[in-house]
Design a protein around this ligand. Structure first.
Ligand SMILES: [Zn+2]
Length: 425
């Protein structure tokens, strides 16, 4: 991709109403465009990031036996009346009537549609356990959207639903999914995410965990024990006297966090309400047990930005970076620079390396400031001075390290770096 053709302006000015660094830097870097409160368009740069996150999510869900499906965005109200949630959920669910006057809803979560899809398949006991997942757009009419992609109204989510015949089997799978989530957060570049016990809120299940990135801009409160490492949502702590329920020491402090994922043991709440049954060996009709597992894609991208940035801009981890290399042709009006950078762009691209090529005739200062802002992990600078010696600068966005590399060795060196940085954690 050439910067001269890239849709999404980079700006120096901090946009109004930005309270979170991820919001400010994504706006300034040309990643995001606000359409309405809590509703966003992603430019190509951000879409490349979210697509990579989605691929990681797919890989981890397939690895634990998930089958990707696609459930509808628009559903008849009748489906939500089956579970009772058409009445119990309030104004956050968008409702409308179709042209025939049939009441409809916009999906804000998909337990009902998931049960609907597998209700017939799940009639036979020998087919359990199984898990379906999707990566789908949802709409939840949040009262207070805020902080860019952290709290939005329209969002893309990976949601998964597992079905079991015994509580023990549900619990085993739940643990397996918990481990898959730890791998996901490590792969996208935030291994510091912690899981906390939570009340399961409107999902109505018994056991659930929230995965939290501890950061000051978060809107959830998490009780953390400095002694034994116990974490919990403050809502589940009954006592407010700072005593840890695990080790009994008075070392609980409350921190802020962003919820980047959640998992629930739903039990038979939905299968019972929606009359999903299988025939047990003794001939009895039973309701299967359900688990559900969610991760918001955009919020996850924003959470990574909350941790991985500095005062100059974003610092993407290699695995989910929009591009792997930012190629800067300094003095693009210089014929040698121009032809070397063009040739390098073609060479790197043909090696399968993702390159953002700044081919514009702008000052080096502007070019570098924008490259810092966008946060691509590796930068290659072709300039008249270095080119005289057959060299180019290879710069690392995270450490600031600069190496001089012979231009003909660049492709090999960069390939090695990408391979090692993509396999970390
Ligand atoms: Zn403790």
């Amino acid at each position: 991709m050439k910067v001269s053709q890239l849709i999404g302006e980079r700006t120096k000015e901090r946009p109004a109403d930005c309270t979170a660094p991820s919001h400010t830097l994504m706006m300034r870097g040309g990643y995001l465009c606000s359409v309405a409160s809590g509703i966003w368009s992603q430019t190509s740069a951000l879409r490349r990031v979210t697509r990579k996150i989605e691929d990681i999510l797919r890989g981890e869900m397939e690895a634990i036996g998930g089958q990707e499906v696609q459930l509808p965005v628009v559903m008849p109200a009748a489906l939500w009346q089956e579970s009772g949630r058409y009445e119990s959920i309030g104004a956050e669910m968008a409702r409308f009537s179709d042209r025939n006057g049939t009441p409809m809803v916009l999906g804000m979560t998909h337990e009902e549609a998931a049960v609907h899809l597998v209700r017939e398949y799940g009639r036979r006991a020998e087919r359990y356990p199984f898990m379906i997942y999707q990566i789908q757009t949802k709409f939840r009419d949040e009262a207070r959207p805020r902080a860019g992609l952290i709290r939005v109204r329209e969002f893309t989510m990976k949601d998964a639903y597992s079905f079991h015949t015994t509580q023990a089997d549900l619990e085993d799978y739940y643990s397996e999914c918990h481990r898959a989530y730890e791998r996901i957060f490590a792969k996208v570049g935030i291994p510091e995410v912690v899981s906390v016990l939570s009340d399961s809120g409107m999902m109505g299940g018994a056991v659930s965990h929230e995965f939290m990135l501890l950061t000051d801009i978060g809107e959830d409160s998490i009780a953390v024990c400095a002694d034994c490492g116990f974490h919990a949502n403050t809502e589940v702590l009954r006592r407010d006297d700072g005593i840890c329920p695990v080790c009994g020491k008075q070392s609980i402090t409350v921190k802020r966090g962003i919820e980047v994922g959640n998992i629930f043991q739903l039990g038979t709440k939905y299968t019972r309400a929606m009359h999903m049954t299988y025939r047990a060996q003794n001939g009895e009709e039973r309701h299967p047990l359900m688990g559900c597992y969610g991760i918001g894609v955009g919020r996850l991208a924003a959470a990574v930005c909350e941790v991985r940035h500095d005062d100059r801009g974003l610092v993407w981890p290699m695995r989910i970076a929009p591009w792997q290399v930012h190629l800067c042709a300094v003095r693009a009006d210089d014929a040698a620079v121009h032809s070397t950078a063009d040739a390098l762009y073609k060479q790197l691209s043909s090696c399968g390396i993702e390159v953002l090529y700044d081919d514009r005739d702008v000052r080096a200062g502007v070019m570098f400031a924008e490259a810092d802002l966008m946060g691509v992990p590796l930068r290659v600078v072709i300039s008249p001075r270095n080119l005289e010696n057959g060299m180019a600068e290879l710069c690392f966005r995270d450490s600031g390290e600069v190496r001089m590399v012979r231009t003909e060795a660049l492709c090999t060196q960069i390939s090695l770096l990408i391979r090692s940085q993509s396999s970390e954690s």
